[in-house]
Design a protein around this ligand. Structure first.
Ligand code: HAM
Length: 423
């Protein structure tokens, strides 16, 4: 019997995994500079958290969750996203009581959605996300967006498009909601069954429907921007002003509707314009969710964040032909000749590693020529050749693989020599 990996999941093997590590390290370093601290929440939560947090009417909750009963009959869901869990932890662990606010958190980890797999869309994918809780300052909206743009730009991406919108505060949203219902209701029968449900639940989501995208009522639907009250308009204006001050270009798209229910005020997405990137162009999505903490039983707390998947980021890098600066090579590969040399190489290798060098040797009793081949495969900067003769004289031959030159070094000096040359 043979087994295959489940649909929509990936094995990330050596050779590929270094790219993931590089991207994750870059993200962690950025978070350190922007003062976002890591939070690790469980991979599964009580289903109710996502039903309330992400929203009953969303595609995620209605059709994409991996939900099961545990042995005590409790309904458990593999997390489809990180915001609800982060806000749950913020509320449960009373992070709002800390003296230092806003609470700025980040996470990197697997998320699960039962979607139709295709390029850039997986059933298990890794999100890097940040959440800033406790501030209503539009400057933090600009900070959150800047961090996302900074990550992409640091990694070398150029073909990026940032789209922003405001969904307004609850008063503005209410007015817009009524206008949307009035607009769609008389002809809602011409729309898909999902949209018919959305009409009362969350008519904004009708604008996001893929099936009814070309219906003539879509283009003439009332824009949220016409319904923003003074406070919301001013807030949105300030966010734009701060983005411009940070040197970030953006487009305002009143049609940008995010697929999760918790958003208000700022919503944004970052897309890739790169040729050949494929049908799914959204790299990153986020926005403000001022009511969410309260919705899941906490104090009224403003919040904003984003999430992006490493899968789509790597695909965008590939589409733009960007190679990450990953060095996979070893500093020194030890080649031995003769039994005594082979024994001596064990502790020499250990000492090299303890000294901070990246070092490797043969474990398959290969002939010398094959050991040199292995050194090449390990992209060795230096090869240390140790034979029984060298050992008798307490020396070792060091070959510089780049220049081809060879030197004889005293055995007790070899680590100092290699460290000088490689570190
Ligand atoms: P989202 O738009 O559902 O938002 O997902 C954010 C990002 O996760 C997407 O832009 C995409 O990069 C990635 N993503 C989503 N689904 C998949 C998939 N099936 N395969 C690969 N990548 C995927 C959220 O999740 C919100 N929690 C974002 C947020 C944080 N809003 C505020 N704070």
């Amino acid at each position: 019997m043979s087994f295959q990996i489940p649909r929509g999941t990936q094995d990330i093997l050596p050779g590929e995994v270094e790219k993931w590590q590089f991207v994750e390290n870059t993200a962690r370093d950025l978070c350190r500079r922007y003062q976002y601290k890591e939070i690790r929440t469980p991979i599964f939560e009580h289903t109710e958290l996502f039903a309330r947090g992400v929203g009953e009417s969303t595609d995620i909750v209605q059709k994409e969750m991996y939900t099961f009963q545990d042995r005590k009959g409790r309904s458990i869901t593999l997390r489809p996203e990180g915001t609800a869990s982060t806000v749950r932890a913020f509320v449960e662990k009373k992070l709002y009581a800390n003296a230092s606010q806003p609470t700025k958190l980040y996470y990197i980890g697997p998320m699960f959605r039962y979607e139709r797999p295709q390029t850039g869309r997986y059933r298990q994918f890794v999100q890097f996300g940040i959440e800033a809780l406790g501030s209503n300052d539009p400057a933090i909206d600009a900070e959150v967006i800047s961090l996302a743009m900074n990550l992409y730009q640091t990694l070398g991406l150029k073909s990026l498009k940032l789209v922003i919108n405001s969904l307004g505060d609850s008063e503005s949203r209410k007015a817009h909601r009524e206008a949307l219902i009035a607009h769609f209701e008389p002809r809602i029968g011409e729309f898909c069954s999902d949209c018919q449900k959305r009409l009362q639940q969350n008519p904004l989501r009708i604008l996001d429907c893929k099936k009814d995208r070309d219906h003539d009522l879509m283009g003439t639907a009332p824009s949220i921007l016409e319904f923003l009250n003074e406070d919301s308009t001013l807030y949105f204006y300030k966010v734009q002003q701060y983005l411009t001050a940070n040197g970030i270009e953006f487009e305002v798209d009143p049609g940008l509707v995010r697929g999760l229910d918790y958003y208000n005020h700022t919503a944004f997405e970052i897309m890739s314009n790169a040729e050949g990137f494929g049908a799914i162009t959204t790299l990153c999505g986020g926005g403000r969710y001022n009511g969410l903490a309260q919705e899941i039983g906490g104090p009224e707390t403003p919040g904003i964040g984003f999430a992006l998947s490493i899968e789509r980021l790597l695909a965008a890098l590939e589409a733009e032909g960007i190679e990450l600066p990953i060095s996979a090579g070893v500093d020194c590969y030890i080649v031995t000749m003769g039994d005594q040399a082979k024994d001596r190489a064990v502790s020499l290798l250990n000492n090299m590693r303890n000294a901070g060098l990246v070092a490797e040797k043969d474990y398959e009793d290969k002939k010398m020529k094959a050991q040199f081949k292995a050194a090449d495969r390990h992209q060795a900067k230096f090869v240390a050749v140790l034979g029984d003769d060298e050992l008798a004289n307490n020396v070792i031959a060091i070959k510089n693989m780049e220049t081809g030159t060879q030197e004889e070094i005293a055995l007790d000096q070899v680590i100092t020599y290699l460290k000088q040359k490689t570190m």
